[in-house]
Design a protein around this ligand. Structure first.
Ligand code: B1M
Length: 234
């Protein structure tokens, strides 16, 4: 539309630019999202604030309208693609904290589930917090998780599920770890929109993580406990 075309993002104040970015995310406008991210960073915003306030908050609207049947899969895919464009700019900045390596995380979305935006966000934030991250991508069967944990000697297993139909698969992975006597070798963290603390406890995870920031905090706390336990045992 001619009127929309006339909007010059760099001329908007922060208070106008952020809602405009929510609209652009909704419309799947990747170039505009990338431009908006650069503008906010240029104005001194931290990468974390750009991520949470401009991108994640915008994606919430997309999610609500998808739920309510206002948006459909093709539109949501475009929005996801725009979101990923913005995230790609922020990723190296979030990882640039220079923090010493504090642990190694293997993370992936469970079998049958192809949602990866939240999982990617968690991976980015964990990298930024100094964790080494091995990202297994989407649709992971139990053997892929177990092979990766062993191969990488990881401290933490992270699993993501966005569907009520795929979240029970997390229990399959944890039960297999138990059956093979490997459950105590790593910390298991789970996350995804349909999960909650009760579910995390019921399937035997060490913790349910509501969002990426909580994942970082939880991983730090549980890693510190693990170090103390190992130190006490030697
Ligand atoms: Co899907 N989808 N989707 N979808 N999709 C949901 C999840 C849904 C809630 C939409 C709705 O109805 N409101 C609904 C699930 C309903 C349910 O199960 N109860 C749904 C559905 C039904 C489906 C399909 C079945 C639709 C269809 O085909 N008819 C289909 C399933 C495909 C499959 O997986 N087999 C499908 C497909 C898709 C797209 C491909 C179009 C696209 C995915 C693109 C992609 O990921 N590359 C998509 C999207 C984008 C969504 C919504 C709109 C947004 C998800 C998202 O990216 N959120 C979503 C609606 C919603 O969640 N409100 C929806 C933003 C992201 C930052 O948040 O993923 O929650 P989130 O991650 C957070 C936390 O949850 C947490 O931290 C993250 C960052 O703060 N977290 C973790 C997540 N993983 C973690 C792992 C951890 C820790 C924390 O490990 C330690």
């Amino acid at each position: 539309m001619a009127e929309d075309d006339a909007i010059i993002l760099s001329e908007l104040s922060d208070d106008d630019l952020v809602p405009q970015m929510h609209d652009d995310l909704y419309d799947g406008l990747k170039d505009e999202i990338e431009e908006g991210v650069h503008i906010l960073l240029g104005r001194g915003w931290t990468p974390y604030d750009v991520l949470t306030q401009a991108l994640v908050a915008g994606m919430k609207v997309v999610g609500d309208d998808f739920r309510d049947g206002i948006l459909f899969v093709p539109e949501v895919l475009l929005a996801a693609n725009a979101m990923k464009g913005g995230m790609a700019i922020l990723k190296p900045l979030l990882a640039e904290t220079g923090a010493p390596r504090v642990g190694k995380l293997v993370i992936g979305t469970v079998k049958g589930d192809i949602h990866d935006i939240g999982k990617n966000l968690v991976a980015m934030m964990m990298e930024g917090a100094g964790f080494e991250v091995v990202d297994l991508g989407i649709n992971n069967a139990v053997e892929k998780y177990l092979d990766a944990l062993e191969r990488e000697g990881a401290d933490i297993l992270g699993m993501s599920a966005l569907l009520t139909t795929t979240m029970p698969y997390m229990k399959v992975v944890i039960d297999t770890l138990k059956a093979r006597g490997k459950r105590d070798d790593s910390i298991v963290l789970v996350g995804g929109a349909p999960l909650n603390e009760e579910f995390g406890r019921a399937i035997g995870a060490d913790a349910y993580c509501r969002d990426a920031a909580v994942t970082v905090e939880t991983a730090r706390t549980l890693m510190a406990r693990r170090h103390n336990r190992l130190a006490a045992a030697t």
